[in-house]
Design a protein around this ligand. Sequence first.
Ligand SMILES: *Cc1c(COP(=O)(O)O)cnc(C)c1O
Length: 359
Amino acid sequence: MINVTKPFLPKLEEYVNYLEGVWDRNWLTNNGPLVNDLELKLKEYLGVKHFLYLSNGTIALQIAIKALGIKGEVITTPFSFVATTSSIVWEGCRPVFVDIDPKTLNIDPAKIEETITPQTTAILATHVYGNPCDVEAIEIIAKKHNLKVIYDGAHAFGVKYKGRSVYEYGDIATASFHATKLYHTIEGGAVMTTQPELVKQMAMLRNFGHHGPETFDGVGINGKNSEFHAAMGLVNLKYIEDIMLSRKTQAGQYDIALANLKVTRQYIIKGADWNYSYYPVIFETEEQLLKSVEELNANWIYPRRYFYPSLSKLDYVDKYEVPVCEDIAKRVLCLPMYHSMKKEDIDFIARLLLRVQNN
Ligand SMILES: *Cc1c(COP(=O)(O)O)cnc(C)c1O
């Protein structure tokens, strides 16, 4: 069986080595030494100014929204994982969908301004499949209208834009280290910012609002992560270059094997150092996609329809016209890609897809 992804696992001994320290210290969670070490190492690896390790990427979005005091309407993309929208609603705000650019698959900055109202306070955009948003255009709009900017960088681990970590753009950027992501800590997430006052506040928010052992500063939540998760993160970080390189190789193999398949691909913007976190293809029709999925499934291969359906179809959001997103969501498929995947598997998948097309 071949799934869309398979989490990277290091040698068990390497993980166990870290656990011995946990047993010695008897310190399991609450900002332990492994969590601190991981925060330092990830901050350095990613090249960001401030970094807070959290329990997952969804709580990262919620803490970001809370820390910036966002209220009312939040302009966002309908082409993302459901957590991008649900976290806005969970925080008592209203998602306002702006359609995507059909090439980059990211929110279309040219369509943002027309949706701004006096209630708009922020833009929450996703770097879809790790492709950086048009951060410059978004910054200009945000400055002009006094809006906060959050980037959902769940797919953007290690991505750079114009030589700088993509996580350095916007007021706050979030990451997810869930087992299905490029780099994982089993469950995990992070918030990153260049603004020191925001780090302090988010550190309190992740720890119940504790400001010292007996005082509180506002409403907090439990966004902490454990020593066990940090240990997985520390081990996996040693392999990240290897993991990224294998995906780049696999993407190249797919490109060659699928040269005659009638699909289009996401356009990665100029200036981006991309991470090959997914291998999405956009079919000409949904029918073609469904036939392809059927054939792959019959051969125990399970790609995923990321992202389908368009988030504009959720039953707890207001209706917006986002035809580009709704059309692409029906036609896009992420093909399997993971560290230990073999060229034979890629060639087999390609043969099946070409057979469906040529039948
Ligand atoms: C995975 C993902 C999230 C949520 O991250 P979790 O760590 O699973 O909570 C949010 N946004 C996007 C775009 C994602 O892909």
